[in-house]
Each structure stands twice: as structure tokens, then as C-alpha cells.
Design a protein around this ligand. Structure first.
Ligand SMILES: *[C@@H]1O[C@H](CO)[C@@H](O)[C@H](O)[C@H]1NC(C)=O
Ligand SMILES: *[C@@H]1O[C@H](CO)[C@@H](O)[C@H](O)[C@H]1NC(C)=O
Ligand SMILES: *[C@@H]1O[C@H](CO)[C@@H](O)[C@H](O)[C@H]1NC(C)=O
Ligand SMILES: *[C@@H]1O[C@H](CO)[C@@H](O)[C@H](O)[C@H]1NC(C)=O
Ligand SMILES: *[C@@H]1O[C@H](CO)[C@@H](O)[C@H](O)[C@H]1NC(C)=O
Ligand SMILES: *[C@@H]1O[C@H](CO)[C@@H](O)[C@H](O)[C@H]1NC(C)=O
Ligand SMILES: *[C@@H]1O[C@H](CO)[C@@H](O)[C@H](O)[C@H]1NC(C)=O
Length: 686
């Protein structure tokens, strides 16, 4: 085996030792032709780079080698230039050495679709130093003063992606042959001849798709041919562009071969995947090994995919956000949803927005509850806009028929103005809730002041007398001075509120009407509070001004006596205030009924007047009761209360337990001051 190896080498060195004709010819070739070819090869340049990891090239400007061997000439930065030169110059010493063949694979990624940098140029130049050359349309090879000067000695083939009118470019996607200038001697739109389809197919250089270009110069024909094709296709049989060029007129003896690229105000990333070059007549550049070429960054695709993904993400996120926002908005809207019907438009001035009330009461917090009444909870609040302190009564109701009338009444109430009325400011309505907004009374209700302590009281007689007069004044206004008769229906100390000056104000007027409007249809229509209800109201259920007088009478007795109208005594028996006062009256000392906590600190006459007046107002027969206006006159002492004698002692029933002699009041109107003489004594109930 060893001989098999050594023997042929021996005959190569000693042709005489050739054992056959073939060996002899081989030996002769080895001695005569081989030295010639090798010596020629020595001066002829040849290189092939399938990827540029080990490339012995000179790079400058933006040129970089990626890890996978991909050569990037420019990135998307503006106004940059890039060069990749073989550092050993070509020797173009003889015309026969002028022939060359080169091919490279490239891809151009525009920064934005259809707007790109300038392109890539294959170049033969006498130098590698282009520091003074300009980027942009000069490709980093020329500048404004050197362009077109034949002393440049530059041969170039441009892959131009911008139409520069200065250089008479045909379009923004062309291939051209340049000599010392970028005004091409010949150029053509980028295309390739499809051998399968037998026709030219255009190519878009800045499509970010890899392509391959072949440039060949034949020194005999003095012709440059340029061929272009997508990288996936073999070299087309027909070139894209060919031109007669006397290269010896252009080039110098030593020329550098390279690639140049630049960006201008717009930019593209220019990539070169592989490059092969061969010098010499009838020699083709070694074909690129496509399998070894580095892969292109999936930059464009990735970016586009990323874009679609991010666009989808953005759409999804915004859709989600919108949905969430809408959800919150709807919840928010529902939270503050109100009932507003067309007919309410005329009451809009008296209408509060639920949102306002919600804010005013801090979301109807339990902490803000002032009390719980028969109609619902009562909240303290502060209106967000005006900072006015208010009371909000939250009443549940079924928004059935009669609501319209009721709201009309409320609005009507809101128009009532009297210094002894708690001002109703307005209302608000939701699905099953009604809100009434009143002025806030800082000193609370009268009953609290009356019953705060069993042994002492801070309500002096004069306070009490004033309170009685205030309430009477409010009722006169409701019954007689307003354009229509307003029946309060629930006069009692807990509905009398004290303002900052300790003036009494009647509150809750008209609210009792709620019961008439379907709040609780099962109950009978008796409205009011036990102990304050006139007997005929219990029997017939019909409230009137005169039933208000009865309630007022009970309230007057309560204020004077400091005791509730009905209670259970220590022996478990029912105790009745009216009976108690009646008994005192029967004994002839009606003032004994007065509040013991006052310790006699009262005006005797006035106490007597008040107690008797209270009793008259509580007369079981409605027609025997005075009107509120008459009550007012008695209190003002414009008219003295007539001499009254209680009579009878049947106390079996509340409604018939009292009866007493009383002057009859004149029918309805008339001069009160003359109608009652202090002496006239009449028996009730004619
Ligand atoms: C482009 O390349 C230049 C030079 O290498 C570098 O300074 C610049 O940051 C790069 N720009 C981008 C957008 O990558
Ligand atoms: C153009 O380039 C030449 C040589 O490359 C240099 O001498 C000249 O100063 C440059 N001109 C400008 C305007 O940069
Ligand atoms: C061409 O360049 C040479 C050398 O740089 C210079 O001497 C000559 O004046 C230039 N010619 C023109 C027309 O600019
Ligand atoms: C293809 O293009 C070349 C160069 O532009 C042209 O000479 C040739 O006639 C075209 N061939 C066809 C089939 O269009
Ligand atoms: C090519 O150019 C060289 C140098 O200028 C010249 O000597 C030669 O005659 C030219 N050849 C042709 C065919 O024009
Ligand atoms: C009465 O008023 C005084 C001071 O004004 C106060 O300290 C006291 O607690 C009050 N008493 C009652 C029973 O309200
Ligand atoms: C009534 O309210 C005023 C103001 O808030 C306060 O100064 C006064 O002490 C209160 N009076 C009573 C008896 O609570």
C-alpha cells in the first residue's frame, strides 16, 4: 500500500520512471504546464466566502459581521457609509488579467416599506480609503468635488434603490454600470430572466428577500455582464445587463475589489450573505454554497410578526380595557341610576341627583344615620356643591300609580316657606326608593329635649311657650295661609325640630301622604301616631285640618306637662295624659298637671291658658275644637279663652272620656275678638 502512494509521486519527479504513457504525460504536465498555471494563479485573485466569519476583508463604516457570519453593511441609521474591501489589491498588469467574475448574495431591508437607503455597489477602486467620501447618493465612494473625475479610476456596478435625478437614475429599483461616476453608463430596472417561464420577471431590491448578483468582465469581448436572480434560483441563462467597457482605460495596475453601501436621510439595512471572486480569463467565480450561507435575521418578518402580534395585543388590551371601563361605567351608572320620567321635567328644580345625595351622605353610611322613622332611615349629609348641611330621608316605596301626584305634592311642599317649617329642599327618585331632602336642624327634635333627663330640664317655661307658639304658627300657615290646605297628619314632639336659635320648626309635613300612595297598601289609611290621633280619625280614617288640631292639642299638653300622651303606670295600668289633665282640671287646679321639673317656674296664667287650650284642642268632638287661627289668637291673648267648665266623669273610653263646657266657637269666620266674651259659657256639641 505504501508503494502505491510513493510510486506515483516518484514518477512525477522523474518522468523517466513513468511506467505508462499516461504517467508520462502526467509527469510532463506536472513539469511544464503546472508551473505556468501556478505562477499565473499566484497573481490572479480568487476568494470565496460563504459567510464572513473568517473573511480576510477590510471593513469600515457601519460594516459589521454578525455571529453567524452575516455581513451587515449598513443599519437603519441615517447618513452612514460602509465598505468591505479585500485588503490585497488585484494586479491588473496585463490585459489578460483584466477578466474577472464575481457573485454575491445580498438582501436589503428597508426601514419602512418603500422608503430605503441607497443600495449596494460592487466596486474596483485604486484605494480603500474613502474617509473623505460622502454617504447618501455618493455611496461613500465619491464626494461632490470628485464625482465624475476620470482620475477616480473607479469601476462600479450599482444596486440602486433610490431614484436620484442628479445622476439621471431611471427609477428607484435599478442595476447600473458606473465608471468614475454614479451617472451610470447603462442601467436597467431590477429583474431576472426566468428560464422556466422564458420571460423577464421584475425584482424588488428592497423586498428584504435574499438575491444573488453575478458580474463578469471578459477582457476579449470587453464586455461587462450583470445577472440578477432570487437567491433560491440558479443563475439565469440570460444576463440582465451587458455593456461594452474598455476596462483598461479605467483601472490602474493595482486595484482593490470591494463592496460599498450607504444610507441617506432614509435608510435600509444591507446584508451580504456570501461573496465569491475570481480573476482570470474564462474563469467563473466559484458558486456560493447556499447551504453554508448564514441565515438572514428574521428582523423584517419578526418585526412584522411582532407588529401584528403587538397590534393584536394592543387591540385586545384596549378592547379589554374598554370592556372593563364600560363595565365600571355601567355599574357606576347603575349605582347612580335614577327614575326620571317625562312628567318630572317640570320639577327638575326640586330634583336632586342621586349621585349628589350619595356623596352628601358618604354613600348612605350607617354612621350618617340620624334616626330611623316610620318611613325609613334619616341621614345627615353635606351637599357636595354648596356644602349645605341637609337631612336626607330615604323612603322605600313601590313606584306605582299615584307617584306622579305624590311627587307633585312634594314639589308643592318644597315651595312652602315658613320660618317655623323645616324647609323641604327637594327630592330624588330611584327604582324603589324616594329621597326627601330637608334643611338640617342642629338641635334635633323636641322630644329629645323634653325627655333628656327625668329630674331636670333645660327647657324653660318661656322656651316651651315659644315652641308652642312656633308650632301653632306653622300650622296656621299650612291650614290657612298657603294657597291650599295642607294637612300635616303627624304633629308630635318628635316631628318638631329646633334650629340653632331654638326656634321650633314643624317637620315631616305631607310625608304621611306617602301611605296613600301605595307604600303599604295593606294597612288602613290611618296615619299618624297613637296618642296623637283624633278619635274621629281612628273611626273614619279621614284626616283634616281639625284632626291636626287634635294632635297639636296633645302636643301642647305634652310640652306643658313633660309627659307622653299614653304610658303604662307603675301598677301596669294605662295612663292617659288627657285624663290626667282632665282630672286636675276637675279638681280645680289644672296647673298641677304641669311639668314638675319646672319646679313652679312658670307664668301661672299662661300655664293655665296653655293647658286649657290643649284640652280644647283635644276635644273629642271635632266641631268643638278651635281652628289653628283661633288657637293663635288665644296664645297671643288677643282673645281670652272663654270660661270653660269640665263636666261629666265618664273616663271609660279615650274618645268619650272628657267632656266639658266650652263656649261654642263662631261658625267659621267672623270677628273673634267680639264673638267671645269672657262670660259666655256654652256646652259643647250642639
Ligand atoms: C448603526 O451602526 C452604527 C455604526 O456601527 C452605530 O453607531 C449605530 O448605533 C447603529 N444604529 C442602529 C440603529 O443599529
Ligand atoms: C473629496 O474627496 C477628495 C479626495 O477623496 C478630497 O481631497 C476632498 O477634500 C473631498 N472634498 C470634500 C468637499 O470633502
Ligand atoms: C480631477 O482630479 C484631479 C486630481 O485630484 C485634479 O487635478 C483635477 O483638477 C480634477 N479635474 C476636475 C475636472 O475636477
Ligand atoms: C429581458 O430583459 C433584457 C434586458 O433588459 C432584454 O434585453 C430582453 O429582451 C428581455 N427579455 C424578455 C423576454 O423580455
Ligand atoms: C482600450 O483602452 C486602452 C487604453 O486606453 C487602449 O490602448 C486600447 O486601444 C483600447 N481598446 C479599444 C478596443 O478601444
Ligand atoms: C343643660 O344645659 C347645660 C349647659 O348649657 C348642660 O351642661 C346640661 O347637660 C344640659 N342638661 C340637659 C338635661 O340638657
Ligand atoms: C342649639 O344649637 C346651637 C348651634 O348648634 C348650639 O350652640 C346650642 O348649644 C344648641 N342648644 C341646645 C339646647 O342643644
Amino acid at each position: 500500500m505504501r508503494n502505491d502512494i510513493t510510486f506515483p509521486s516518484l514518477f512525477l519527479f522523474f518522468p523517466a520512471m513513468a511506467t505508462s504513457k499516461l504517467q508520462f504525460y502526467i509527469a510532463v504536465y506536472f513539469w511544464i504546464l503546472l508551473p505556468f498555471t501556478t505562477s499565473t494563479n499566484k497573481s490572479l485573485k480568487q476568494f470565496t466566502y460563504n459567510g464572513f466569519q473568517q473573511a480576510k476583508l477590510h471593513f469600515d463604516g457601519g460594516a459589521t459581521i454578525h455571529k453567524n457570519g452575516l455581513l451587515q453593511l449598513t443599519n437603519t441609521s441615517k447618513q452612514i457609509k460602509a465598505h468591505a474591501f479585500d485588503p490585497i489589491p488585484l494586479e491588473f498588469s496585463s490585459p489578460s488579467s483584466l477578466s474577472f467574475s464575481t457573485t454575491f448574495a445580498f438582501a436589503m431591508y428597508p426601514e419602512i416599506q418603500a422608503v430605503s437607503g441607497h443600495g449596494i455597489v460592487f466596486v474596483l477602486a485604486p484605494t480603500m480609503k474613502f474617509s473623505l467620501a460622502t454617504a447618501g447618493q455618493y455611496y461613500g465612494l465619491f464626494n461632490a468635488s470628485t464625482i465624475g473625475n476620470s482620475s477616480n479610476h473607479v469601476f462600479a456596478v450599482e444596486l440602486d434603490t433610490l431614484q436620484n435625478l442628479e445622476f439621471e437614475d431611471i427609477d428607484s429599483n435599478h442595476v447600473g454600470i458606473d465608471l468614475d461616476n454614479l451617472r451610470s453608463i447603462k442601467s436597467v430596472s431590477a429583474a431576472y430572466f426566468s428560464d422556466s417561464e422564458k420571460r423577464n420577471k421584475s425584482l424588488n431590491l428592497i423586498s428584504a428577500k435574499p438575491m444573488q448578483i453575478w458580474i463578469d468582465y471578459d477582457d476579449i469581448a470587453m464586455e461587462v455582464t450583470v445577472t440578477l436572480a432570487p437567491l433560491s434560483l440558479p443563475r439565469p441563462s440570460k444576463p440582465l445587463l451587458s455593456s461594452r467597457v474598455n476596462l483598461s482605460k479605467v483601472v490602474l495596475d493595482n486595484m482593490y475589489v470591494g463592496l460599498a453601501s450607504s444610507t441617506g436621510p432614509s435608510a435600509s439595512s444591507h446584508y451580504v450573505l456570501g461573496w465569491s471572486f475570481s480573476q482570470g480569463r474564462k474563469i467563473q467565480a466559484q458558486a456560493l454554497d447556499l447551504s453554508k450561507l448564514p441565515s438572514l435575521p428574521r428582523f423584517g418578518n419578526k418585526k412584522r410578526k411582532l407588529n401584528t402580534i403587538s397590534i393584536i395585543m394592543v387591540i385586545l388590551t384596549s378592547a379589554m380595557l374598554i370592556a372593563i371601563g364600560l363595565g365600571f361605567y355601567l355599574r357606576w351608572k347603575k349605582k347612580f341610576e335614577e327614575f326620571l320620567e317625562d312628567w318630572e321635567q317640570e320639577y327638575i328644580l326640586q330634583r336632586f341627583s342621586y349621585k349628589h345625595l350619595y356623596k352628601a351622605t358618604k354613600g348612605f353610611k350607617d354612621k350618617e344615620i340620624l334616626g330611623v322613622g316610620g318611613f325609613g332611615k334619616v341621614y345627615k349629609g353635606k351637599l357636595p356643591s354648596t356644602k349645605v348641611e341637609v337631612v336626607v330621608k330615604r323612603v322605600s316605596h313601590s313606584s306605582g300609580q299615584g307617584m306622579k301626584e305624590f311627587v307633585a305634592e312634594i314639589v308643592c311642599m318644597a315651595r312652602l316657606r315658613h320660618r317655623n317649617l323645616v324647609q323641604l329642599l327637594g327630592y330624588c327618585r330611584r327604582k324603589s326608593e324616594l329621597f326627601l331632602v330637608y334643611d338640617y336642624m342642629p338641635n334635633g327634635s323636641l322630644d329629645k329635649h323634653l325627655y333628656v333627663d327625668e329630674t331636670t330640664t333645660n327647657l324653660s317655661w318661656s322656651d316651651r311657650f315659644k315652641i308652642i307658639k312656633d308650632v301653632a304658627s306653622a300650622l296656621v300657615y299650612l291650614h290657612e295661609e298657603w294657597e291650599q290646605v295642607v294637612v300635616h297628619r303627624d304633629v308630635k314632639p318628635s316631628n318638631i325640630l329646633l334650629d340653632a336659635e331654638m326656634s321650633a320648626r314643624l317637620g315631616d309635613f305631607g310625608l304621611a301622604r306617602l301611605y296613600d300612595h301605595g307604600s303599604n297598601p295593606q294597612t288602613t289609611n290611618v296615619v299618624g301616631t297613637v296618642g296623637y290621633l283624633a278619635p274621629e280619625l281612628i273611626r273614619r280614617g279621614k284626616a283634616s285640618a281639625i284632626t291636626d288640631v287634635y294632635s297639636f292639642g296633645v302636643t301642647v299638653l305634652e310640652v306643658a306637662c313633660g309627659r307622653s300622651p299614653v304610658s303604662i303606670d307603675n301598677n301596669g295600668r294605662e295612663w292617659n295624659l288627657i285624663d290626667f289633665v282632665y282630672d286636675c282640671w276637675m279638681k280645680g287646679v289644672i296647673v298641677e298637671a304641669s311639668d314638675s321639673r319646672l319646679r313652679g317656674n312658670y307664668v301661672m296664667d299662661k300655664m293655665e291658658l296653655v293647658l286649657k287650650l290643649g284640652m280644647v284642642c283635644c276635644h273629642p268632638r271635632p266641631e268643638a275644637r278651635p281652628t289653628m287661627k283661633q288657637v293663635m289668637h288665644f296664645l297671643d291673648e288677643d282673645v281670652t279663652l272663654p270660661q270653660m267648665i269640665p263636666y261629666g266623669n265618664s273616663k271609660s273610653e279615650f274618645s268619650s272620656s272628657v267632656d266639658y263646657t266650652l263656649p261654642s266657637f263662631p261658625p267659621s269666620s267672623g270677628d273673634i275678638s267680639t264673638s267671645y266674651s269672657s262670660d259666655s259659657v256654652l256646652v259643647f256639641g250642639r
